[in-house]
Design a protein around this ligand. Structure first.
Ligand SMILES: *Cc1c(COP(=O)(O)O)cnc(C)c1O
Length: 395
């Protein structure tokens, strides 16, 4: 058993982030500036988007995306209950209604086949989430959205770098929102990005991210800037700082390498756990409809979700999490479905069984540590702990 606690998540930072931050501090340019612009350009190139607008969180990104499409009070947005608070709260910012669709029990992504029945004359957008970094099946989702003239705003907080049939997430949906929160696959401490090919939406997001001031507000303190500006709307304060963007530039340089390490850890877990019918392993990135060798799908492996098969175990999820903690392994649970939280439960009178798959899968899911800073022996410690707990709790 390991002697020290293995945290559930850790950022992968080294001198390259420090060098970037030092550069910002020494230059005196510490808020939005040249590094933020460079981060946007490099990120847009990596995901194949025409525009990338850097903001200070994925929550801000999704708020601005919904603002850009003109969401109004009373409108409806179809999304998943199997997600983090941010996905639905941004819909509530507009006094609009989040309309939940249950998830697929295999992938835990929104069940596309249940969306059409929820579309009404009030529906404006669909907000899918690529859970754990596993891409949603976008072909049928985009077909449906097109048929019903709905905008697809993707919560890609887990999905960098994720690929769907050869295309990077960030180049597929109408607008894609990424997170660079401390635990995500690349981090700026706090940060987010909106990617889109639509000039008008990109421009609106950029303006609304900085007080609704028209035209490159951040440039007003540069040599080429001017004191004159115009406020065209009551905007927000969602800009990313250059200190954060510098971290982002360093993280982008390591992104491939960090992803390769996550893939290797996922493979190690898969190999070790596949012999244990007490566990259900995460779905792979490819659906059976993909030709396995060249389907071009790629999982970001932000999370590695195992599910407990209770008919083979005499321990519950809380017990399993505690047993892992006693063995010095940090874990988490993704996610407590939104419809069972007090706010949504009370506001919309939800019962747990209204979204039965989300509710049931939540009760048996555990997220294991998966991050590039983990050594092989850290991974072995997790495997040993999981296997030992299974073997002492077989029913
Ligand atoms: C982390 C997360 C967010 C929020 O990201 P922030 O950058 O912290 O705003 C949104 N959606 C999901 C699914 C997340 O996991």
């Amino acid at each position: 058993m390991r002697e020290t606690f293995l945290p559930f998540a850790l950022p992968d930072l080294d001198h390259t982030e420090f060098d970037q931050i030092k550069e910002s501090l020494e230059s005196g340019w510490i808020t939005t500036g040249p590094k933020t612009r460079q981060f946007e350009v490099e990120f847009a190139t990596m995901v194949g988007a025409k525009h990338a607008v850097a903001v200070n969180s994925c929550t801000a990104a999704m708020h601005l995306a919904l603002e850009a499409i003109g969401l109004q009070r009373g409108d409806e947005v179809i999304t998943t209950p199997y997600t983090f608070a941010a996905t639905a709260e941004v819909i509530r910012y507009f006094d609009a209604r989040p309309v939940f669709v249950d998830v697929d029990p295999f992938t835990l992504n929104m069940d596309i086949s249940q969306i059409e029945a929820q579309i009404t004359s009030q529906t404006k957008a669909i907000m899918p989430v690529d859970i754990a970094g596993l891409p949603v099946d976008y072909d049928p989702l985009l077909d449906l959205a097109q048929t019903h003239h709905l905008t697809v705003i993707e919560d890609a907080a887990h999905a960098f770098p994720t690929r769907y049939k050869g295309k990077m997430i960030g180049s597929i949906s109408d607008m894609t929102c990424f997170s660079f929160y401390a635990t995500k696959t690349i981090t700026t401490g706090e940060g987010g990005m909106i990617c889109t090919d639509n000039d008008e939406w990109a421009n609106r997001c950029r303006i609304m991210a900085l007080h609704g001031i028209s035209k490159d507000a951040w440039k007003r303190y540069t040599a080429e800037g001017s004191w004159y500006y115009e406020i065209v709307a009551p905007g927000y304060k969602y800009n990313l700082t250059d200190i954060a963007a510098g971290m982002g530039l360093a993280q982008l340089k390591k992104a491939r390498q960090m992803h390769a390490r996550r893939v290797a850890i996922a493979q190690r877990y898969n190999n070790a756990f596949q012999h244990y019918p007490e566990l259900q392993l995460p779905a792979p990135a490819c659906k059976s409809s993909c030709i396995p060798s060249d389907c071009g799908c790629q999982h970001a492996w932000h999370l590695y979700l195992i599910r407990l098969n209770f008919d083979r175990l005499n321990i519950d999820r809380a017990g399993f999490v505690d047993a892992l903690k006693q063995r010095n392994i940090g874990t988490s649970v993704h996610f407590i479905p939104l419809h069972i939280h007090p706010y949504y439960r009370e506001r919309y009178h939800f019962q747990p069984e209204d979204f039965p798959v989300a509710y049931q899968e939540y009760q048996r899911v555990i997220s294991l540590p998966i991050y590039s800073k983990m050594s092989d022996s850290d991974v072995d410690d997790v495997i040993e702990a999981v296997v030992t707990i299974i073997e002492t709790h077989r029913s």
